[in-house]
Design a binder for this molecule. Sequence first.
Ligand code: FAD
Length: 452
Amino acid sequence: MDSAVEPGAVEALRATVTGEVLVPGDDGYDARADIFAHTGHPAVIVRAESDEDVARGIAFAVEHDLEISTRSGGHSNAGFSTNVGGLVLDLSPLDTVEVLNESERLVRLGAGALWTNVAKALAPYGLAFTSGDTTSVGVGGLLVGGGVGWMARKYGLALDSLVSATVVTADGRVLTVSTEENLDLFWAIRGGGGNFGVVTSFTVIAQPVKQVFFGQIAFAPDETAAVLRGWAAYMDSAPEELTSTAMCWPTFGGEAPPLAIMVCYAGDDDAAAGLAIDPIRKLGTVVDDQVRLMDYGDVLADANELPPGWRPRVRNRLAPAVTEDMVTTILTQQAKLANLYVEIRSIGGALGLVAEDATAFAHRSTQALIMGVLLGSPEDNEPLLPTYEEFWSALAPSLSGAYSGFLSDILPVDIDAVYPHQTYRRLAELKRQYDPANIFHLNVNVVPAGTE
Ligand SMILES: Cc1cc2nc3c(=O)[nH]c(=O)nc-3n(C[C@H](O)[C@H](O)[C@H](O)COP(=O)(O)OP(=O)(O)OC[C@H]3O[C@@H](n4cnc5c(N)ncnc54)[C@H](O)[C@@H]3O)c2cc1C
């Protein structure tokens, strides 16, 4: 779709919206048209400052038959938060972080806030929030998808700490969703992504964490297989305060780099952190150990700037366990792709305390998230796709489910992996109720029941 909108119609929209309305050529348009790793050229960008702005933007898009992108932090791996010729609802002006009740750790987050700003705002209260690993990822997209952060094993997914939210629906209603109001929609937005409307704010319970032990432990490259196997076995029984990620960097045809194991111990008790982390140090020859006590906010890292033209191909799957055989398969398959980055996030822990049907993120017996990222441009990656598919096929028997956040090119098989059948059916019924015309389809899309 590449439709321009009549200037008169844009002026009329401007007259009813408090926030900026940008069209190509306007100052500030270019900065808001692109997102991380994707370029866009929307016909209209509404920089929403209120629920009403969002509702007016939605109504305008429907009236002018414009595709809608919802943008919070603009880190959609699939590029959903911008488009060509459509309308972008840019929530970045809705970026407040308010501590509503310090003793109850109740915090309201504007959907357009970035996680780095959340961390900075909470730190003076001795609070933190398990979000993701990156400063510039937004509250909105991460919280409606899941949120696999550095304290996941202790505090679960980010969305597990959600108490209520405000949602603007396809027909412009502004609904509060919680365990007391609009319970069905509250269930759906916790994992159902942007399918059900635009969430403008989230009320969450933050975690009583100020500092954590965090950093990388790197091992000699020739020990990668043995260390990975030992790490996976250890993480099965490690204390839940410890969340850990194994990073297998690609070689780009060069020497194998050392294996990096990242650790985050959610607490400042030196002795307890040592007890939790030392078994990892003992797995092999440590060539670098950067673990130290730091403020939680410093744990979040800036997204790596990508070389021009790169659009990483990102896929993930969840696993109920990381077995020795899987480690062998992962490394054997990775060796066939010189630009494949593999990350294994040990999750489990508190994720499993939530019932499978309690949220639209259903994969509660997951112990690990395995991500495979082909680094390069689409042209670089195209000829490698059969080998990339082979990577996933070889692992398939050991995998179950996927996380919507780490997908760049969404195939039917990915949607099936994100939503188990029962979850999808329930979501599709709610989609029929809340977005029957599927105007919110730039997401891991759930098709309204009865329209498939
Ligand atoms: C560099 C990088 C690092 C990442 N690290 C992590 C990580 O550590 N842990 C993790 O769990 N995920 C991580 N992710 C994935 C990330 O959580 C998702 O891509 C998420 O959607 C990004 O949120 P955003 O607000 O920045 O996205 P946007 O690009 O703004 O939005 C993405 C999509 O989410 C939906 N959406 C966004 N805002 C709203 C809203 N307010 N209401 C309703 N729907 C909305 C829409 O469908 C939208 O298209 C990472 C992604 C990148 C690119």
